[in-house]
Design a protein around this ligand. Structure first.
Ligand code: G3I
Length: 352
């Protein structure tokens, strides 16, 4: 249930009415007296954040009040940690980890191996497999070992499936260590570093491209068959306000079919990415609220053992990575001032 005194149907109804009656999505009226996300969700609720944002007391207070899990938006990736000379830096993730500890919030590690990042220090190693194998293992042991006991889990491998679902992506990692083997090794090294973290395979567009979702599930099965300690499946859920009803529910249900915990790992619902199809911003805001409500309802309907966490890829619109694509986008649950939007009421209303 959504907690005492929260009338779910009324919340969804008022959220949709609120979203439908507003004149512009970014002028949304803040729903009054909403409970915090973490107080009503029957599972951990997360957000991404950057270390620098913690210098803003209002932001730090919003995070501590609203969520129970934190994902460093970029500071636990190779692009931040691995220096050109091969040394490793941890000031950023350590700052986030310290804040999480002080706020009693768990940390989620993102991400150890990603096709999109292969720093020069690794590229230069691209001469001998033995050196590369060792450097790859040492990196994962150093990073995952550093946050052992504080992270609930890791995105061990991120975005391994080809965009069209036809096979797996090519990367420095796959070329040097094998298409599947580099992933098996990553999971094994992460398990060696942290015996308790839930180890995830994470990807995006699983709701938009059914073929990609099918290939993702086949990859998960191949990893399990190869003996990789795969412990969970992450679906990023970067979607748009015109997403067809039912797509999210089908995706979450398909991912749960393997019986592993599911992490809805990076949700945002773009308004402007739908504008090519729908011009009316009030309809887009109502669509955004509907998508958030469906996600909350579908995730809530999973067995408790499979509801690992529901992570929003930011809390305040102004913090979203999508603003770099279109400054007019308003993809998250809170406005730039940290006030809950109709989308927040809809998400809460969708909880079971
Ligand atoms: O903050 C530094 C700044 O000090 C420095 O001057 C500048 C130099 O380029 O970099 C800034 O850091 C940037 C960081 O975002 C913080 O804004 C990095 O360059 C930039 O690469 C990084 O982008 C992140 C991106 O992943 C790549 O790591 C985005 O914030 C983050 O939202 C995005 O998140 C990804 C997930 O990891 C995977 N799923 C898709 C999602 C969206 O692309």
């Amino acid at each position: 249930m959504t907690g005492p005194g929260v009338n779910r149907r009324a919340l969804i109804g008022s959220a949709l009415a609120l979203a439908a009656c507003e004149r512009r999505a970014d002028a949304q009226t803040s729903p009054a007296n909403l409970p915090t996300l973490r107080s009503v969700a029957p599972f951990p609720v997360g957000t991404c954040l950057q270390a620098v944002q913690l210098d803003d007391p209002a932001f730090a207070a919003l995070v501590a009040a609203q969520v129970s899990q934190l994902t460093p938006e970029w500071e636990m990736k190779m692009e931040y940690i691995v220096q050109d000379d091969g040394s490793l830096r941890f000031e950023g993730p350590d700052k986030i980890a310290a804040f999480a500890r002080s706020a009693g919030i768990r940390l989620f590690g993102h991400t150890l191996v990603w096709y999109a990042q292969s720093p020069p220090a690794f590229e230069r190693l691209d001469v001998s497999r033995i050196a590369f194998d060792a450097a790859y293992r040492n990196y994962i042991l150093a990073v995952a070992g550093r946050y052992r006991g504080q992270v609930s889990g890791w995105d061990v491998v991120n975005e391994a499936v080809a965009e069209d679902g036809e096979g797996w992506r090519d990367s420095l990692w796959s070329r040097k260590l094998g298409a599947l083997n580099h992933m098996v090794l990553a999971f094994q090294h992460a398990r060696e570093a942290d015996p308790d973290a839930v180890l995830f395979l994470n990807d995006y567009n699983l709701e938009n491209i059914p073929k990609k979702r099918a290939t993702f599930l086949k990859l998960a099965e191949a990893l399990l068959k190869a003996g990789a300690p795969l412990g969970g499946l992450g679906t990023q859920t970067h979607v748009a306000a015109d997403l067809a009803p039912g797509e999210l529910s089908r995706t979450i249900s398909d991912l749960a079919s393997l019986g592993l915990p599911v992490h809805l790992s990076e949700m945002d619902v773009s308004i402007t990415r739908s504008e090519g199809l729908i011009k009316d911003r009030t309809r887009l805001a109502a669509g955004q609220a509907r998508v958030y409500a469906e996600a909350a309802e579908a995730f809530s309907s999973l067995p408790p053992s499979q509801r690992f966490a529901f992570t929003h890829w930011g809390l305040r619109d102004g913090d979203s990575w999508l603003k770099r694509e279109n400054a007019a986008d308003t993809p998250l649950l809170f406005d730039d001032q940290g006030r809950p939007k109709a989308a927040a009421a809809a998400w809460i209303g969708g909880l079971r």
